[in-house]
Write a protein that binds this ligand. Structure first.
Ligand SMILES: [Fe+2]
Length: 293
């Protein structure tokens, strides 16, 4: 498995406070079955003033420590980039950081308010050639009142990353509900730990994969933790990676097809899935082309 969101770098945000805890987290990840891990500390001006060059250096230092201790985990640099209006400029200047120098970039919006021009920011990233990955939408307090915004971002080509612990109820009932619903509706691309330590928020990707498999099947669960993350590390275009599968209809929430105002979209995708068309929404490029035709 590959974990694309983890606060393992010691002493630079609210994740691992020191090298000893970072090594414990690395050992726990390896024991869980993780082979590759993205070091993604917060970048939040005024609170966590990390930059691309600092994170790359800290990642290499931790990799050296892992190698010295014989811990078989390959690290890549990334960041939990909090949303800013000048996001594309931040990426181009190196202040913000993509995952493993790829086109994929974690984007974290504010938890309690929908930021102004949210969709414009994501649109700007997509048109600049990046694939934004919205981090843990299921834990945002505004998801209930603005679910249509999240759904629109997904249709636009934004990827969604759910937290493994959300499926286990570690972030409460609401986060569990939205994580399951988004999975059932085929809106989730990546499952990651967002681990911060070994106790309160530990690496738990295997448990997340198992819980996801109950809803969307073993194959899609594998895509969530291995196929798509591997594609991200290799900078594969999203159109060449599997589209998220829907839950089987007997598992899916009843409101997915009856109450939800996305019912038609979900029914269409169920029909496409039955036909064996694995790419009913063929990625960003077609969507972008349509916009400019
Ligand atoms: Fe995070």
């Amino acid at each position: 498995m590959i974990d694309l969101h983890c606060h393992i770098l010691p002493g630079i945000d609210d994740g691992a406070p020191n090298l000893s805890i970072a090594l414990d987290m690395a050992n726990a990840s390896v024991a869980d079955g993780v082979t590759d891990l993205a070091c993604t500390p917060h970048i939040l001006p005024g609170l966590y003033a990390n930059t691309g060059p600092q994170i790359r250096q800290a990642t290499q230092q931790l990799q050296d420590a892992l190698d010295q201790h014989g811990i078989p985990l390959r690290l890549v640099a990334g960041a939990d980039n909090h949303i800013t209006p000048d996001f594309v400029a931040g990426l181009r200047s190196g202040q913000l950081l993509c995952l493993a120098e790829s086109r994929y970039v974690l984007v974290e919006p504010p938890h309690h308010v929908v930021p102004p021009r949210l969709e414009e920011t994501f649109f700007g990233l997509l048109t600049a050639g990046y694939i934004p990955i919205l981090t843990h939408p299921e834990r945002l307090s505004w998801i209930k009142s603005h679910y249509e915004v999240v759904a629109r971002l997904g249709r636009m080509g934004v990827w969604m990353q759910i937290t493994a612990g959300s499926l286990a109820g570690a972030f409460g009932k609401s986060a569990k509900y939205w994580a399951e619903r988004m999975l059932d509706e085929g809106r989730v691309h990546i499952l990651a730990t967002d681990a911060h330590d070994t106790k309160r928020r530990p690496p738990n990707l295997r448990r997340g994969q198992d819980l996801a498999a109950v809803r969307v099947g073993e194959v899609e669960a594998e895509h969530l933790v291995t196929t798509r993350p591997r594609g991200v590390l290799a900078n594969v275009a999203p159109s060449n990676l599997p589209t998220p599968a829907l839950a089987s209809q007997d598992v899916a929430h009843a409101e997915t097809t009856s109450v939800s105002n996305h019912g038609h979209e979900i029914k269409d995708r169920h029909a496409a899935q039955r036909r064996g068309d694995s790419h009913p929404q063929r990625g960003t490029s077609r969507w972008l082309r349509r916009l400019f035709e």
